[in-house]
Design a protein around this ligand. Sequence first.
Ligand code: SF4
Length: 417
Amino acid sequence: MSNCSRRNFLKNSVLLGTAGMIGCSSTSSDSTNPFVEVKDNSAPVVTEPPPNALAGKKLPTAVLGKTGITVPILSHGGLYELNTIMVARALELGINYFDVADCYLGGQSEIVLGKTLQKLGKRKEAFIVSKYHPKVPNDMIEGINERLTNLQTDYLDAYYIHQLGDGEYPQGCELWPKMKEWKDVAEKLKKEKKINFFGFSCHAGILPQAMEAAAEGGFVDLIMFRYNFRSVNSDALNRAIDKAKKANIGLVAMKTQGGRVSFQTKADAFKEKGFNQAQSTLKAVWSDGRIDTIVSNMPSLQIVQENATAALENRISAVERELLDKYAKETNHLVCHGCDNICSPHVSTPVRIGDTLRYLMYHDNYQDPTMAKTLFSRLPSEARAAILRTDYNQAEMACPHGLKIGKMMSEALNKLA
Ligand code: SF4
């Protein structure tokens, strides 16, 4: 079974194995054992997790910039159900940062995490981040109450504008992180004690500009951004990271795997040399001392264990670095790097290349067609309608990674429309 298939198998095993349990909102549990579920009118069902191979070990930590909060260098992304098994194991390892959003699993990611933390009585130990898609600053104020209700809490540790710069946001949004209207919202929510920290997530081409704006604005506490072994050499991004770090903003990396499922065989080719692609890509990011934590998509205990093992030995070796560079060279043309400020000026229609290809990645790599289709449907209708009639020749020539943009855009339309 390939690593990809194995991960999918494990993901499905865990999710299927716990889905019924989570769906039983009227169940109660033995509060002394997070792995025992008592269904109504039935005997307790012991949902025994696999043993913790890292028992007794705690992951290394880092201070999240100006927040002063200490978090593990590996954190949980929430594109899956953070149920009692997942959260209890995470806490055993010291992983207490949980990242969810209004749109993950159609809102279920927040609801399940809230219910789980209540059940385990661990709200105070957790660092909860949730995210929202505002159109104007006041939307963040309207969105907070639903986040708190879903998560069964009266405060968020951090609240992010989600995916700043995506197709749903207006031009010029890269300046929001230094605009007074947004500062006022962040301060109001903090004053009302509904949030402790404010930030944004971003994987769009505007990332360097948004990051620099945040460093200048002074009110953004945290930035979660796309950063991986493919992007570490971007000059513009590196300058922006330096500036944000100097402003003491907490830096959270995401999308650290740099896309992979469709070309897993390339990684498999390096295996005999001891190359574990998932672990090496994480170590490449941790080796950049500017990054405080990685939010990782870890939908099974097996993946948590693999990633936690990498976190315990978090510096990349010279051999791994060399293999990773070779792997990047062989696969860079297969994955969109999100630098659509380069290719977009070379098309004459309003298509959104970076957004569309990222949603294709959500569909294929993250295997979350619902979220991928929802995000695609939020693109302006003219951006969707123009996909097939657009001439991508010039954009393909401009793409520094040699992507077959036209082919990938029509594939995205077929899968997401
Ligand atoms: S198609 Fe190429 S230039 Fe455009 S965003 Fe993707 S990687 Fe960057």
